[in-house]
Design a protein around this ligand. Sequence first.
Ligand code: UFG
Length: 329
Amino acid sequence: MILVTGGAGYIGSHTVINLLNAGKEIVVFDSLENGHIEIIQALQKIGDVKFVKGDLRNIEDIEGVFKNYKIDAVVHFAAFALVGESVENPAKYYRNNTFGTLNLLDTMIKHGCKKIVFSSTCATYGNPNYVPVDEKHPQNPVSPYGSSKLMVEMIMNDYDKAYGLKSIKLRYFNVAGCDKDCRVGEWHEPETHLIPNIIKSTFGEGKTFKIFGDDYNTPDGTCIRDYVNVEDLAEAHRLALEYLEKENKSNVFNLGTEKGDSVKNVFDVCEKVLNQKIPVEVVSRRDGDAEALYANANKVKTVLGWKPQRTIEDSIKTAYRWEEKMETK
Ligand code: UFG
């Protein structure tokens, strides 16, 4: 049985669907602080998904899961992920993302479970010295969020040496899009991400999309990111689990498309794909935004055989369908 922490969240729920399709048995552990019970209900319509409500900060909660189920491997998503909030409230991030993960790892070791796939982030690199960013790029996070994830990567490396814990660290770039059948999707409160915010501006009156700064040193002045589709990302987790089963080795991979898109470019693609004019204004820069960040994903292609299958247009289309569903709920 595979334990998916944070399976009621955005990337977690898409990965649960992928793993169900691969015939895996799943137990989801989620505090529902950011995840949604409706997402669990949607997953339970697709397959036999067990659900345990609990918080990683309480070691008894996670201990209960390992007592009740025979867990072969863990896919660990549960985390807070707002960069700005992490600057205001670092304690929340270190307690949950770092200390909570320590509880999880210690419980795994105690019960003899030694395989984990971990949601890391390109935020562990900080402001890049060069792009595309490969896995060897120095890790100098500029936010407590990035630091909280980097600390986990380091702990995992030490736990491998000392206790034989095998971990795959997946460093995501910008995740976008939703399930093609619209069963689960991106549901953040508040929503801070680019594509959902552009799409939200197409619903209702007076919702003008705001571009955070057009005075960066990039061709059109707006920030460049690498938008990887969430269903493609989910597939990478399945491949990472298979790698752990076959190779029983720790490793780390960037997950991105290797293509940089500027904010203006994404906005233009949205107008084109959705075939409508979207109200927009340029406002000042958002604190902490790196100018350009996109991946060198050569390693994941070579070692795991993963390749993105979906385009940014696909991500925008599925994200729109999901938002439409949410707006009419
Ligand atoms: N942006 C806007 N307007 C918006 C929202 C975003 O112009 O309403 C811009 C941002 O300024 C940025 C780009 O769109 O230039 C992408 O912003 P997102 O908030 O969608 O994503 P980030 O790149 O800030 O964050 C993502 C992940 C984080 C991760 C980070 C690492 O969501 O979890 O990448 O850089 F930490």
